[in-house]
Design a protein around this ligand. Structure first.
Ligand code: MLC
Ligand code: AMP
Length: 519
């Protein structure tokens, strides 16, 4: 048997491959622009896979990709898996120092970038030993890039590369609480088993139509959404960017939607979101960040649909889900439901003992979905697993007597803003290097749109005159825009406890109402 994830995807292709698989919508209006058939998925991924195979890359070679969201980029992902190489997606917002780190750390053999970024990313890639640099654009723009031009010279049939369960399929970088990002190594089995579980648990069929409006460089859009549609041989309505008007315009034709909580907040702000608009829908899934109970309730009141909240991570794919079938229980707002079939989830205390019902502790997980470790970080990997092989998620939660899990916080110092993770330590390290800065503390505070927003508090060196606007501008040129503090305060000193540790809880409390509507 070929354990390559693409073999499972290809086996699920519909008998009639002339059927439309993907309809591409104009993000703002929702109007359909063009479509892609299953047979085109087959031939386009084959051509790119043949191109990759012709490069004589070593087994396990990484293909790093930083391109705008497009169906072509999805084909590239599938082609990398198909050819048996390792896919390394990079957020389109990353700037040069971030790209430099990822490329230097992962040592990819191939780097694919957006044509507009070629001038600055190509030198970084070459300096880090990347032998092949390509560009990739959307088909809808005139210049489609060198990747598709090169691929078009290759055959449109390709024998799927033979891979074993534990062979690496993807590396997803997750930011570190201390130091730099870690690459979570995901195998073909990790991805396949989780996708198959979700297709079955969420009741997917070939009649489903999924609105895909999430980015494709993270678990949610790349794996959860794309794999479910592929393994169910369903249909996608593809949005290159989320836009609430465009999405609502297509809801009537769709059956499933997946989003981070911010997308639900934005949908609710759209007056055309009505029961009628959702009459064809069977499932709304939320995850990647806590869904506020207010959003859960407001969505149900407006649409008649109860959002299904689930919980996952880059390192583990999906872990918990509220029930799909009413016979399995109700969907409870504020909870992430039950562990998915085959996934083990437990709550432990500081001594590593299992907590009693309703007691709060660290969330630990295991299962065929859980990654094997961090890329070239054996020590870090060891620290994050218990002696009996459970992965310590860094999330804090509890389990009630009916088996519903609730996430109550995080032991990791992490901010989740609009579904993107921001590690304060990383932002603080950039701030601390700026001229005139003595020290800094970065916290997350409630934000009506993004859930949490990044806020920085700075102490200047004596005599230094700090300009918060100039500091924010400087940060924008260094790091991804979603990590840049929305506000920056200059103070005389940071609150500290008796041990001298900065009391971030006091800073969070002080700035709690900064962005909330009633201020
Ligand atoms: C954009 N901006 C953000 C932001 N996104 N600020 C904070 N947090 C965010 N998430 C800022 C930009 O910096 C910019 O500011 C301004 O908003 C406009 O940028 P934009 O790109 O036009 O924004 P928009 O398209 O509106 O994007 C918002 C969004 C996007 C919510 C659609 O952030 C998004 O797609 N989020 C989903 C992330 C996701 O898929 N997460 C899944 C992770 S997987 P300025 O000042 O520069 O103009 C995972 C595991 C699991 O967690 O369980 O699923
Ligand atoms: P990432 O590293 O981007 O994969 O983010 C994973 C983190 O997102 C988890 O460790 C959780 O902290 C958070 N997360 C994912 N889903 C949920 C959810 N439904 N509720 C609360 N937090 C979530």
């Amino acid at each position: 048997m070929n354990a390559n994830l693409f073999a499972a995807i290809a086996a699920a292709f519909p008998a009639d491959v002339s059927r439309v698989a993907i309809e591409i919508a104009d993000p703002a209006t929702g109007m359909l622009e063009r479509s892609v058939t299953w047979s085109e998925i087959e031939s386009r991924t084959a051509q790119i896979a043949n191109l990759l195979a012709s490069l004589n890359l070593e087994t396990g070679a990484r293909v790093a990709v930083q391109t705008e969201k497009s169906v072509e980029a999805l084909m590239l992902y599938l082609a990398v898996i198909r050819a048996g190489y390792v896919y390394l997606p990079l957020n389109t917002a990353y700037q040069s120092s971030e790209i430099e780190y990822f490329v230097g750390n992962a040592e990819p053999s191939v780097f694919v970038c957006a044509p507009k970024n070629f001038a600055w990313t190509e030198p970084i890639a070459r300096a880090n030993g990347v032998s092949h640099v390509f560009t990739l654009d959307d088909h809808s723009v005139a210049n489609t890039g060198t990747l598709l031009t090169a691929a078009s010279a290759h055959s449109s049939t390709h024998e799927i590369a033979q891979r074993a369960d534990d062979d690496l399929a993807a590396i997803l970088y997750t930011s570190g609480t201390t130091g730099r990002s870690k690459g979570a190594m995901l195998s073909h089995k990790n991805l396949r088993s989780n996708a198959q579980t979700l297709v079955s648990y969420w009741g997917w069929t070939a009649d489903d139509v999924l609105i895909h409006a999430l980015p494709i460089f993270h678990v949610h859009g790349l794996f959860v959404a794309s794999h479910c549609f592929l393994l169910a041989s369903a249909k996608l309505i593809w949005f290159s960017k989320f836009d609430q008007k465009g999405v609502v315009a297509q809801l009537k034709r769709a059956t499933v939607f997946m989003g981070v909580p911010t997308l639900y907040v934005r949908l609710l702000a759209e007056s055309s979101l009505t029961r009628e608009a959702c009459s064809n829908m069977r499932l709304f899934v939320a995850g990647s960040a806590p869904l506020l109970i207010e959003t859960f309730n407001a969505f149900r009141a407006r649409t008649g649909h109860t959002i299904l909240e689930r919980y996952g991570m880059s390192e583990t794919n999906m872990l918990c889900s509220n029930p799909y079938l009413a016979s399995d229980g109700e969907r409870r707002g504020g909870t992430v439901g039950f562990p998915l079939p085959e996934v083990g989830v437990r709550i432990t205390n500081d001594e590593g003992k299992r907590c009693a019902v309703d007691d709060i502790g660290g969330i630990e997980v295991r299962g065929p979905n859980v990654f094997s470790g961090y890329w070239r970080m054996p020590e870090k990997t060891k620290e994050e697993f218990t002696a009996d092989g459970w992965f310590k998620t860094g999330d804090v939660g509890k389990c009630d007597s009916r088996g519903y899990f609730t996430i109550v916080g995080r032991s990791k110092d992490l901010i989740i803003s609009g579904g993107y993770n921001v590690y304060p330590a990383e932002i603080e390290s950039y701030l601390n290097e700026m001229a005139g800065v003595a020290e800094s503390a970065v916290v997350g505070v409630p934000h009506p749109d993004f859930g949490e927003a990044v806020v920085a508090v700075i102490v200047g060196k004596s005599e230094a005159v700090l300009d918060s606007g100039a500091m924010i501008s400087a940060l924008k040129s260094q790091i991804a825009n979603f990590k840049v503090p929305k506000q920056l305060f200059v103070v005389n000193e940071l609150p500290r406890n008796a041990m001298g540790k900065v009391q971030k809880n006091l800073l969070r409390e002080q700035h709690r109402a900064l962005f909330t509507r009633d201020t």
